[in-house]
Design a protein around this ligand. Structure first.
Ligand code: FES
Length: 142
Protein backbone atom coordinates (compact mmCIF):
# COMPACT_ATOMS: atom_id res chain seq x y z
CA UNK A 1 0.00 0.00 0.00
CA UNK A 2 1.23 3.47 -0.79
CA UNK A 3 2.31 5.46 2.24
CA UNK A 4 0.14 8.42 1.30
CA UNK A 5 -3.36 8.40 -0.16
CA UNK A 6 -4.04 9.89 -3.56
CA UNK A 7 -5.90 12.71 -1.86
CA UNK A 8 -2.90 13.59 0.28
CA UNK A 9 -0.69 13.62 -2.80
CA UNK A 10 -3.23 15.71 -4.74
CA UNK A 11 -3.55 18.34 -1.99
CA UNK A 12 0.21 18.36 -1.49
CA UNK A 13 0.91 18.88 -5.20
CA UNK A 14 -2.00 21.25 -5.85
CA UNK A 15 -2.80 22.87 -2.54
CA UNK A 16 -6.07 24.84 -2.45
CA UNK A 17 -6.39 28.26 -0.84
CA UNK A 18 -2.68 29.05 -0.60
CA UNK A 19 -1.90 32.69 0.05
CA UNK A 20 -2.70 35.68 2.17
CA UNK A 21 -5.91 37.64 2.79
CA UNK A 22 -5.26 41.36 3.02
CA UNK A 23 -7.26 42.82 5.88
CA UNK A 24 -8.38 39.48 7.34
CA UNK A 25 -11.05 39.11 10.03
CA UNK A 26 -8.77 36.79 11.96
CA UNK A 27 -5.28 35.29 11.67
CA UNK A 28 -3.89 32.26 13.44
CA UNK A 29 -0.32 31.04 13.44
CA UNK A 30 0.84 27.89 15.17
CA UNK A 31 4.03 25.89 15.14
CA UNK A 32 5.10 22.42 16.03
CA UNK A 33 8.00 22.66 18.44
CA UNK A 34 9.43 19.27 17.51
CA UNK A 35 9.68 19.63 13.75
CA UNK A 36 9.70 23.44 13.58
CA UNK A 37 6.93 23.55 10.97
CA UNK A 38 4.61 26.56 10.94
CA UNK A 39 1.08 27.08 9.65
CA UNK A 40 -0.69 30.41 9.27
CA UNK A 41 -4.41 30.73 8.49
CA UNK A 42 -6.26 33.87 7.37
CA UNK A 43 -10.04 34.11 7.65
CA UNK A 44 -12.50 36.52 6.10
CA UNK A 45 -15.75 36.37 8.06
CA UNK A 46 -19.04 38.01 7.14
CA UNK A 47 -22.27 37.47 9.08
CA UNK A 48 -20.70 34.56 10.98
CA UNK A 49 -19.78 32.76 7.72
CA UNK A 50 -16.22 31.97 6.62
CA UNK A 51 -16.48 33.63 3.22
CA UNK A 52 -12.78 33.20 2.43
CA UNK A 53 -9.80 31.40 3.88
CA UNK A 54 -6.15 31.24 2.87
CA UNK A 55 -3.10 29.62 4.37
CA UNK A 56 0.68 29.67 4.31
CA UNK A 57 2.38 26.54 5.54
CA UNK A 58 6.10 26.21 5.98
CA UNK A 59 6.19 22.53 6.62
CA UNK A 60 6.08 18.94 5.49
CA UNK A 61 3.86 17.52 2.77
CA UNK A 62 1.31 16.21 5.25
CA UNK A 63 1.02 19.65 6.85
CA UNK A 64 0.49 21.27 3.44
CA UNK A 65 -2.13 18.67 2.46
CA UNK A 66 -3.82 19.04 5.87
CA UNK A 67 -4.03 22.82 5.61
CA UNK A 68 -5.34 22.61 2.05
CA UNK A 69 -8.05 20.12 3.04
CA UNK A 70 -8.93 21.95 6.28
CA UNK A 71 -9.43 25.23 4.44
CA UNK A 72 -11.67 23.46 1.90
CA UNK A 73 -13.71 21.97 4.75
CA UNK A 74 -14.42 25.30 6.44
CA UNK A 75 -14.86 27.56 3.39
CA UNK A 76 -18.44 28.83 3.19
CA UNK A 77 -19.29 27.29 6.55
CA UNK A 78 -20.58 29.07 9.66
CA UNK A 79 -18.09 29.85 12.43
CA UNK A 80 -19.89 27.35 14.66
CA UNK A 81 -18.92 24.52 12.31
CA UNK A 82 -15.39 25.77 11.65
CA UNK A 83 -14.57 25.83 15.36
CA UNK A 84 -15.55 22.15 15.62
CA UNK A 85 -13.09 20.99 12.99
CA UNK A 86 -10.75 18.33 14.34
CA UNK A 87 -7.47 17.04 13.04
CA UNK A 88 -9.13 13.61 12.79
CA UNK A 89 -11.80 14.98 10.47
CA UNK A 90 -9.10 16.57 8.32
CA UNK A 91 -7.10 13.32 8.18
CA UNK A 92 -10.25 11.33 7.35
CA UNK A 93 -11.14 13.73 4.56
CA UNK A 94 -7.65 13.04 3.17
CA UNK A 95 -8.38 9.29 3.30
CA UNK A 96 -5.99 8.96 6.22
CA UNK A 97 -2.46 9.89 7.21
CA UNK A 98 0.22 7.55 8.52
CA UNK A 99 0.12 7.40 12.35
CA UNK A 100 3.42 9.19 12.76
CA UNK A 101 2.11 12.01 10.54
CA UNK A 102 -1.13 12.61 12.42
CA UNK A 103 0.50 15.44 14.40
CA UNK A 104 0.83 17.39 11.13
CA UNK A 105 -2.96 17.56 10.86
CA UNK A 106 -3.12 18.96 14.40
CA UNK A 107 -1.51 22.14 13.08
CA UNK A 108 -4.53 22.63 10.80
CA UNK A 109 -7.00 22.26 13.67
CA UNK A 110 -5.01 24.58 15.91
CA UNK A 111 -4.34 27.28 13.33
CA UNK A 112 -8.04 27.53 12.45
CA UNK A 113 -8.93 27.76 16.13
CA UNK A 114 -6.22 30.39 16.65
CA UNK A 115 -7.61 32.46 13.74
CA UNK A 116 -11.12 32.24 15.18
CA UNK A 117 -9.85 33.25 18.63
CA UNK A 118 -8.15 36.23 17.00
CA UNK A 119 -11.45 37.16 15.32
CA UNK A 120 -13.36 36.98 18.62
CA UNK A 121 -10.71 38.98 20.45
CA UNK A 122 -10.46 41.66 17.75
CA UNK A 123 -14.22 42.18 17.90
CA UNK A 124 -14.38 42.18 21.69
CA UNK A 125 -16.66 39.12 21.63
CA UNK A 126 -16.73 36.52 24.36
CA UNK A 127 -15.07 33.26 23.34
CA UNK A 128 -17.38 30.25 23.05
CA UNK A 129 -16.57 27.46 25.54
CA UNK A 130 -14.69 25.18 23.14
CA UNK A 131 -12.49 28.01 21.91
CA UNK A 132 -11.76 29.02 25.49
CA UNK A 133 -10.22 25.60 26.00
CA UNK A 134 -8.16 25.99 22.84
CA UNK A 135 -6.99 29.43 23.98
CA UNK A 136 -5.92 28.10 27.40
CA UNK A 137 -4.13 25.20 25.76
CA UNK A 138 -2.24 27.58 23.46
CA UNK A 139 -1.19 29.74 26.41
CA UNK A 140 0.27 26.75 28.20
CA UNK A 141 2.33 25.89 25.19
CA UNK A 142 3.82 29.36 24.89
FE1 FES B 1 6.14 18.95 10.99
FE2 FES B 1 4.57 17.42 9.55
S1 FES B 1 6.61 16.99 10.18
S2 FES B 1 4.09 19.27 10.53
Amino acid sequence: MALYSEKVMDHFRNPRNVGVIEDPSGVGEVGNLKCGDIMKVYLKIENDIIVDVKFETFGCGSAIASSSMATELIKGKPISEAMEITNKAVAEALDGLPDYKMHCSVLAEESIQAALIDYYNKNGLELPENLKKAAEHAEHEN
